[in-house]
Design a binder for this molecule. Structure first.
Ligand SMILES: [Zn+2]
Length: 176
């Protein structure tokens, strides 16, 4: 494909100079050239030619026109049919907690007094954190948001763990 580059005829360049001198944007200058000479030029083609000719668009005038057309477009816009939907409120995650460790197992514990409910007594909004070696009983406190656990046990489940636990996890990843 032949580039317009240096092959622009002199009258086109002259018209472009005049259009830009009168404060046209590149898009408007392209429209003027199409009108005068019947040539289809993109905004960037006109901008490139202007750059090669050393013509700088009047930035202040161009910006003024762009802002004006923005104001016109905003004024012409239909008002929204419905008010904007309120954003759902998301409760922040519970603050990171300091966990105590079980003296015998060394496992972290949440600072919560479990109700130790059997599975069949658990309501959908009660924490499902298990206790015991089986048959298991469950925490039974009220769940946090959409979590299956209460806030304390959610924090325990999502925390990155103690240093020892992290090292054990990394070790297991290497073995696997
Ligand atoms: Zn719980």
């Amino acid at each position: 494909m032949k580039r317009h580059g240096s092959s622009w005829p002199e009258p086109l360049d002259a018209a472009l100079r005049v259009a830009l001198a009168k404060g046209c944007t590149f898009t408007q200058a392209a429209a003027v050239l199409k009108d005068l000479f019947g040539v289809e030029l993109s905004r960037s083609a006109v901008g490139g030619r202007a750059f090669r000719l050393g013509i700088l668009a009047d930035r202040a005038a161009t910006r003024e026109k762009a802002l004006q057309s923005l104001v016109t477009a905003r004024a012409a816009r239909q008002p929204a049919k419905y008010p904007p939907r309120p954003k759902p409120k998301v409760k922040p995650m519970p603050a990171p907690q300091q966990f105590t460790c079980d003296a015998i197992t060394g496992l972290r514990q949440a600072d919560v007094v479990p109700r130790l409910l059997p599975l069949l007594d658990l309501a959908p909004d009660q924490c499902r954190w298990p206790y015991g070696d089986g048959p298991f009983v469950f925490c039974g406190c009220r769940v946090w948001e959409a979590s299956p656990y209460c806030a304390e046990h959610t924090g325990l489940a999502r925390s990155s763990g103690t240093r020892g636990e992290q090292m054990a996890t990394r070790g297991l990843e290497r073995v696997a």
